[in-house]
Structures are given as structure tokens and as C-alpha cells.
Design a protein around this ligand. Structure first.
Ligand code: CMX
Length: 433
């Protein structure tokens, strides 16, 4: 058993009595009420999910295991020769809530090299798809294709409920370790004439991803930062919730995460990073060589709103301020690409868009989210095929949602099954006030 798995088991054993006691002794305590608007409005903000892996505060933004983004980056061991933590150490942290030692991380980096070996049939599946399939289709199909080797599915009939977490952890770890190679394969297959770069033994996940993408330093740090920032945003967002929901039927990690990725591929969720770049490029095209100014940015934003579309990269279902994931990436840009014209334009949009959205008066949050800033960095380092950007989000998101479903099985969270009502019932309740 690896050190991570042994520590995770201790953590699970410590935690189980807390959940069991809450359920048994305090099960009737009311924690929320549901309004008609919430029932009609996408269950927005109903407190009905439990996760300890991350928590999203309306004002402050995300905390992973109690630490905000700067605290997370500062606490975890940095990769050799890099400025950001290894993704492996972050995976340990998400699963256990503890900062790993150097030995823990080294063992995990070595463990991921073994787990990370992607079966060759996965590449056959990707190649069998039409080449103009969206890269998210390729990623989701590649993940789903590995279901036949699920350790959870194989062990299911001979297992007790208390042990479900074990093969779920194994599948989750295998998946996390394989995602970067699958993503890099999709990129090189689709956009680089199939000139695939094999993984290099001995590198941590960020460095190996940069290597397989064929992008030089500091892209290893970009990858580490990007995967960590996109990992988790508590469990109510579409990709996390879908993964959790599907896993609640005791579907394994492959079925569950593939479903989560399909939700991430929606333009209101993870696809927004692609949409942002698309918006910026069409705006630049309209300028026809003229300099962007606050006036022409403002006009373009209004044109988008007036044509009935959303401004991609702005707004959030829960957050009510600038997303700290946006800020973390902006700080990276200020350090590494301060004079980049695209970064300057994104900054200009940041100065103008919140005012425009506030004036329009519809959105509850006029501030930028993670997707408003992420594409600029990828563009700068030469990754300009922007329909690939959501795949990067997906690799990162795997860390959070797969840690979550491992804990779902550890704590025996049951089948999820909310109750529906009819419109007539709502009308009856409305009439009663
Ligand atoms: N541009 C224009 N209108 C917006 C808007 C934006 N960026 N954000 C919200 N609105 C509108 C909504 O469409 C809604 O309009 P209707 O009443 O006509 O339906 C109204 O403002 C109220 O919405 P809200 O309560 O503020 O936001 P929601 O919780 O319904 O939706 C989100 C949240 C993210 C889907 C929305 O802000 C949006 O569409 N943003 C643009 C897409 C985007 O950037 N998505 C990425 C989010 C982060 C991620 O998951 O990756």
C-alpha cells in the first residue's frame, strides 16, 4: 500500500464516525429551505450537498481543504526547478487534507509513472472518431473506453460497502495519472499531424505534460498552476455534480467522470474559456487593425448583450466578486507576459465589462470568472487551437471530482434522488403564500 493510500485510510476511519453521528443524532436539523424560484431556477444555492475537499465562499472564492489559492500554492512542495507545486502533491492534499512530505510526493510521482501508462486501445478509440470531433468528445470517449478495466466494477459483487472506497481510489488514481497523456495525445494528434511525443520517465505531471505537448519552460509551471486552479469548486457545479450524481448509482470512476466532462463541455461552464478567446478574436477582427480602446470594447460588449448572448468569462452562479482563480492567473501574466497585447486587452475588458454588466442589470455577479483569463496564457505559449482549452480544464477538474467520488464511497453517500413537483403544485403553494 502506498503512503498516500495508507494515510487516506486513516483519514477515512477518523472521519466516518462524524458523518454517522450527524446522520443518526441530528438528521432532522433543518439547514435550508427551498423557494419556488430555486425549484424553477436550477436549484441555485440550495444547501444540499456535502464535501470537505473544497468550499466556495461567495466573496472570498475557493478554499481547497481550508486553504485559499495563495495559501495552497505556498504550503505545497514546489516541483524541482519550478515555482508551482507538483500536481501530485496537490492530489495528496485534496485526498487527505494534509500537506505531503517530500517522500510522500516522490513516491506519488513514481506511482503515477506506473499508473499513467495509457492502454493502446484508448488511442485507437480517439483515432476512430472523426478528426473534426471536438477535443472534449475525444477526451470523454477516451475516458469512457477505459471502463472495461475498472477495478471498482470488477470488484463490486464481492465487496462490502465499507471497502468501496479502495477500488474507487485505485480507478481515480489511474485516471488522474493518465489524463495528461491522453490530453497531450489529443492535441498532437488533432493539431500537430499526429506527431506524438511519448512521456518521459522521471518527470512530475506538470513537466511531463509540457514535454508531451512540445512546449518549453515555463509551460511546466503553467500546467501545474492550471491543473490545480481548475481542480475543484465545491460540489454543486455542473461537472462536479454530474460526476457525483453518476457515481451515486455506484457507476465507476470512468462512467462518472466521462459524464462530468460532458457537462464541462457546455458553453455556460468549462467551454467558456474557448468562448472567451473566440469573442476576443472576433472583436480584433472587427477592429480591422485599429487599436482597442475602452470605447470600442464597451460597444462590442453591448453588441454581444443586445444580440442576446452572454459575455463569456463573466458572471458566476455562486461567487459575487472577481474569481481568485482569475486573479492568480492575472498575477502570473503580470510576471511573465506583462506587455502581451492579448493580456492588455483582457485587462481592458476587465475594466469595462463589470460596468456594462452592472448597467444592463441582469447578472448577479458582473465580475470575471476563471475562464476570462486562462486562454491568454495558453495563447502566449503557443497553444492557439482554442477549442482545446476545455480539455485542459478537464484534466484539472479530474483531480477534484475524482477525489470527491473516492470520499463519496468512503462515507457511503447514497444514491442521489431529489424529488420533483409539478407546476400545479407550485401554483397551489403560491396561492397559499
Ligand atoms: N453575460 C450576460 N448575461 C449574463 C452573464 C454574462 N456574463 N452572466 C449572467 N447573465 C444573465 C443570465 O443569463 C441571466 O439572464 P436571464 O435572467 O435572462 O436568464 C441573469 O443574468 C441572471 O443570471 P445570474 O443569476 O447572475 O447567473 P446564473 O447563476 O444564472 O449563471 C453563469 C451563471 C456562469 C452561467 C452566467 O454568469 C454566465 O452565463 N456567464 C457567462 C458564461 C461563463 O463565463 N461561464 C463560465 C463560468 C465558470 C465555469 O463554470 O467555468
Amino acid at each position: 500500500m502506498t503512503r498516500l493510500k495508507a494515510r487516506l485510510l486513516e483519514k477515512i476511519q477518523e472521519h466516518r464516525p462524524r458523518t454517522q453521528r450527524l446522520n443518526k443524532e441530528f438528521g432532522d436539523v433543518v439547514i435550508d429551505q427551498v423557494t419556488i424560484s430555486q425549484a424553477l431556477g436550477g436549484a441555485r444555492d440550495i444547501h444540499a450537498l456535502v464535501t470537505d475537499i473544497s468550499y466556495l465562499d461567495y466573496q472570498e472564492g475557493i478554499r481547497f481543504r481550508g486553504k485559499n489559492i495563495p495559501e495552497t500554492f505556498a504550503a505545497l512542495p514546489t516541483a524541482p526547478g519550478g515555482e508551482y507545486p507538483t500536481v501530485e502533491s496537490f492530489w495528496y492534499f485534496l485526498l487527505t487534507g494534509e500537506v505531503p512530505t517530500k517522500e510522500d510526493t516522490e513516491e506519488l510521482v513514481a506511482d503515477f509513472q506506473i499508473r499513467g501508462q495509457v492502454p493502446s486501445y484508448v488511442f485507437d478509440v480517439i483515432r476512430a472518431l472523426p478528426k473534426d470531433s471536438h477535443p472534449m468528445v475525444m477526451l470523454s470517449a477516451a475516458v469512457l473506453s477505459m471502463q472495461k478495466d475498472s477495478k471498482f466494477a470488477a470488484a463490486y459483487h464481492g465487496m462490502k460497502k465499507n471497502d468501496y472506497w479502495d477500488p474507487m481510489f485505485e480507478d481515480a488514481s489511474d485516471l488522474v495519472a493518465r489524463l495528461p497523456q491522453i490530453a497531450a495525445f489529443i492535441y498532437r494528434y488533432k493539431y500537430k499531424n499526429g506527431d506524438i511525443i511519448a512521456p518521459k520517465p522521471g518527470l512530475d505531471m506538470g513537466a511531463n505534460f509540457a514535454h508531451m505537448m512540445g512546449i518549453a519552460k515555463p509551460y511546466d509551471d503553467v500546467a501545474r498552476m492550471y491543473f490545480i486552479l481548475h481542480s475543484d469548486h465545491e460540489s454543486g457545479n455542473v461537472s462536479a455534480h454530474t460526476t457525483h450524481l453518476v457515481a451515486s448509482a455506484l457507476s465507476d470512476a470512468y462512467y462518472s467522470f466521462s459524464a462530468g466532462l460532458n457537462g464541462l463541455a457546455g458553453p455556460l461552464h468549462g467551454l467558456a474559456n474557448q468562448e472567451v478567446l473566440d469573442w476576443i478574436l472576433s472583436f480584433q477582427k472587427q477592429l480591422n487593425g485599429a487599436e482597442p480602446t475602452e470605447e470600442n470594447v464597451k460597444k462590442a460588449l453591448w453588441d454581444t448583450l443586445n444580440s442576446g448572448h452572454v459575455i463569456p468569462g463573466y458572471g458566476h452562479a455562486i461567487l459575487r466578486k472577481t474569481d481568485p482563480r482569475y486573479t492568480a492567473q492575472m498575477e502570473f501574466c503580470q510576471k511573465h507576459l506583462p506587455t502581451d497585447p492579448l493580456f492588455k486587452l483582457v485587462n481592458m475588458i476587465y475594466h469595462v465589462a463589470p460596468g456594462v454588466l452592472t448597467e444592463q442589470g441582469k447578472t448577479k455577479n458582473p465580475w470575471p470568472n476563471v475562464d476570462a483569463q486562462s486562454g491568454v496564457i495558453q495563447w502566449y505559449y503557443g497553444l492557439r487551437e482554442y477549442d482545446f482549452y476545455t480539455v485542459l480544464f478537464g484534466v484539472g477538474r479530474g483531480l477534484g471530482v475524482l477525489a470527491n467520488i473516492t470520499w463519496d464511497r468512503a462515507l457511503s453517500y447514497p444514491l442521489e434522488r431529489p424529488k420533483s413537483v409539478t407546476t400545479a403544485m407550485l401554483e397551489e403553494w403560491a396561492a397559499k403564500g
